[in-house]
Design a binder for this molecule. Structure first.
Ligand code: MGD
Ligand code: MGD
Ligand code: SF4
Ligand code: MO
Length: 686
């Protein structure tokens, strides 16, 4: 804690909610309330600024809608909520776990579904608790980045990314399927620095995004065809004798095999596949090959397709064969796992022997199908699957087969509304934690700035109390160290590897300000002919696999990318953000709108065989004719300004998606990713 202007205490906080930026924040507290949150200028990547969501934290922590006490809903789904004491809640939960264990002779009926609401290090103690019970069932995999992670693993043997500050040195940056003007705002100054020094920024995206508007060049590519663009560029440069000789002879294993495949490709072919002009493809090729250094940022959006991993591999091949790998300010940027602790379910962590993993991207179906023993108890923490899981409607049905559902959250989310017991989680302002990023290389401490909100408790305190309750009712049923405090856990998690990485002997030094890890160790060689891919039934080579075509009855491809004023399903419910983003929209090309007699502002129905949603039409020439866009995460409220419009259930993009697998993801996350964006719909007036 420090002291700000007029003696207002200032605390170090960190934003943990699965955003590229993982900002360090300074929190000002007066009379037990957060009066202001601002960026910590000592954080070298986020440098003293936050996004609109971050500035709205003061509304989140004291929101009148924030959960205050443990609640029980009886019967489930009735909306009949009763307040419970912690003692009563823990007793009900522990009894249910022990009863299932006795009935089935196993703890496998007990399941955990947790993901990215809070990516702070201590959240890993939730998995540690479940491991302490014996083998349990887990939602495994990731809804986010799996296909791309596997592509990197196949190509380079590991997942690595250069330090993104180096983007500022680049002469040419391809922002390929990423929208940092919304999703990674703190990268913009580094990209702008590159432009100020003569570098050019190209955006490759089916949608003319805020990032595209800002960039130097924009290529409106057909969704799922990025591999054709990358390979068309490689083929063109090869025909021109412009590939990097050194790379071909030393750093690109399998080049002869890929060369035979490239012989059949041309710029005209790539133009047909991608919908781009041939001249635009050659111009891109010329610029990228001639610039030194040249960087590619591969976004997560690009790989949420059935051929997403394969497309990422084609882009990696382009970077390698043009000699851009391993150059400072060049190379490929995706994600890294260097600064993550290796416990729990964190990226890169291994699971407990005997655990049963269900695919998080097809959780509803896997819950229904899993037998011997079936799942009967579900704990949901840092996760809102009813809003965020593809084919979300099926989740209702699957959850109704369970005997007990416990949701730990800050708000009564759509998922929490289906629970039997809801437990109020303490917020970051009430807890200790450490927060690192999968993008930049900084780590920041989060210290408690407030007493817990009403009866809320941190996830760690909740599982510790549950472990104690279980052992009280049935000694020996949990080996979780209930006495261990948050700071003791941090001492353990900030281990020797972390100390060396950050050059400090204890995490406590972060109380003086965030720290940066030493530079990454980057791969220089690529495996173009990956036998490991073949073993998984994938092509060895990064060849182009065309995306699925729309069925005649649903001719429009629905992209559901990430929104500006929410982070997945978080923040969009806060008053400040609802004021600027009060209603969900569906973005339609003018031709699509005209053909369906739709005008700006009309209420429209977006539908397919999976379900339907209601949204307001926004006519947007930047969206292609074959595509419609509706942002993910928005779930609304029962009432907005007295009107019952856009209640939960009216708008949830995942009522329209289905749990389609991406081509890759198994190697690094245990399951394929989710091809959220290979979704087809029709639109009409409500
Ligand atoms: N404001 C905000 N910030 C966030 C998040 C948020 O919800 N809101 N979420 C965080 C999380 S969890 C993640 S994973 C990241 C996501 O960060 P990004 O990857 O930047 O965002 P997405 O919205 O997933 O997709 C990026 C772009 O990919 C485009 N796209 C879709 N399909 C294709 C394709 O086939 N080819 C190409 N070239 N482009 C395609 C979309 O039109 C979109 O503009 O952002 C993080 N930051
Ligand atoms: N259609 C479509 N669906 C998508 C995507 C897409 O692009 N399109 N993107 C996918 C991606 S990339 C991701 S990462 C997932 C994200 O999906 P989720 O992991 O479900 O992420 P969030 O909605 O951010 O957070 C879930 C919940 O965590 C709660 N929470 C926050 N902090 C805490 C805490 O400290 N403790 C507890 N117990 N709870 C807390 C929040 O209040 C929120 O209700 O969604 C995926 N879903
Ligand atoms: S959401 Fe991202 S940019 Fe905004 S405050 Fe949090 S970490 Fe920073
Ligand atoms: Mo994500």
């Amino acid at each position: 804690m420090g002291e700000g202007v007029m003696g207002v205490p200032v605390y170090r906080s960190a934003c943990p909610c699965n955003c590229y930026d993982a900002c360090a924040m300074l929190t000002y507290v007066e009379d037990g309330r957060v009066v202001k949150v601002e960026g910590d200028p000592r954080h070298g990547y986020t440098r003293g600024r936050l996004c609109a969501k971050g500035y709205a934290y003061s509304r989140r922590v004291h929101s009148p809608e924030r959960l205050r006490h443990p609640l029980r809903q009886y019967p489930r789904g009735s909306g009949n909520w009763q307040r419970l004491s912690w003692e009563e809640a823990l007793e009900l939960i522990a009894t249910s776990i022990l009863d299932l264990k006795a009935r089935y002779g196993s703890t496998l009926p007990v399941a955990l579904n947790k993901y990215s609401g809070n990516f702070g290090w201590l959240q890993n103690t939730i998995e540690v608790f479940f491991d302490s019970l014996g083998p349990t069932t887990r939602a495994g995999g990731s809804p986010c980045w799996s296909a791309g992670l596997d592509a990197f693993y196949l190509d380079f043997g590991r997942v690595a990314s250069p330090d993104p500050v180096d983007l500022a040195r680049s002469k040419c940056i391809l922002l390929w399927g990423t929208n940092p003007a919304w999703t990674a705002v703190h990268s913009l100054p580094f990209l702008q620095q590159a432009r100020d020094q003569g570098g050019k920024v190209v955006v490759i995206d089916p949608v003319f995004t805020a990032t595209a508007r800002w960039a130097d060049y924009y290529l409106q590519i057909k969704p799922g065809t990025d591999g054709a663009l990358a390979l068309g560029v490689v083929a063109y440069l090869w025909q021109q004798g412009r590939l990097d000789e050194d790379a071909l002879s030393h750093y690109a294993a399998g080049w002869p095999a890929l060369r035979s495949y490239l012989a059949g490709l041309s710029v005209d072919w790539a133009a047909r596949e991608t919908g781009l002009e041939a001249a635009a493809i050659t111009a891109l090729a010329e610029m990228y090959a001639a610039s030194q250094p040249a960087a590619i940022w591969i976004g997560y959006g690009l790989q949420r397709h059935t051929n997403g991993g394969q497309n990422v591999r084609a882009i990696n091949a382009l970077a390698a064969l043009t000699g851009h790998l391993g150059t400072r300010g060049g190379g490929v940027y995706y994600a890294h796992l260097d600064t993550w602790p290796l416990v729990g379910n964190g990226p890169g962590a291994g699971g407990q022997a005997g655990n049963r993993y269900l695919n998080m991207n097809n959780f509803a179906a896997e819950l229904l199908h899993c037998q011997e023993p079936p799942v009967k108890f579900l704990w949901v923490a840092g996760r809102n699957p009813l809003t965020q899981e593809a084919g979300a409607r099926r989740l209702h049905q699957a959850l109704n087969t369970l005997e007990m559902i416990v949701v730990v959250d800050h708000f009564l989310t759509p998922t929490a509304r289906l629970a039997d017991i809801v437990l109020p989680a303490a917020s970051l302002f009430e807890t200790w934690d450490l927060v690192s990023s999968y993008w930049h290389r900084w780590v920041a401490v989060n210290e408690p700035a407030l007493a817990p909100w009403y009866e809320s408790r941190s996830d760690l305190e909740i599982v510790a109390a549950l472990a104690a309750k279980l052992n009280e009712l049935s000694p020996g049923s949990s080996t979780f160290p209930s006495h261990k405090k948050a700071i003791d856990w941090l001492d353990e998690l900030f281990d020797r590897r972390m100390q060396e990485l950050f050059g400090i002997s204890s995490w406590r030094e972060l109380l003086g300000g965030p720290r940066k890890a030493r530079p990454p160790d980057l791969p220089e060689r690529i495996e173009l002919d990956a036998a490991r891919a073949g073993e998984l039934g994938l092509p060895n080579l990064p060849v182009y696999i065309p995306p699925p075509s729309p069925p005649p009855e649903y001719p429009l491809q629905l992209l559901t990318p990430h929104q500006q004023y929410g982070l997945n399903s978080q923040f969009q419910n806060l008053d400040w953000l609802q004021a600027i983003n009060p209603e969900p929209a569906v973005l339609l090309n003018p031709v699509v709108a005209r053909e369906r007699s739709l005008a700006e502002g009309d209420l429209v129905r977006v539908f397919n065989g999976q379900g339907e949603i209601i949204a307001r039409a926004k006519i947007e020439p930047g969206v292609p004719e074959a595509v419609v866009v509706a942002y993910e995460g928005w779930y609304g409220k029962d009432k907005y300004q007295g009107k019952r419009l856009f209640a939960p259930g009216d708008y949830n993009v995942n009522f329209l998606t289905s749990p389609l697998a991406t081509d890759m993801g198994i190697l690094t996350t245990g399951f394929p990713g989710c091809a959220f964006y290979d979704c087809f719909v029709e639109v009409c007036r409500l």
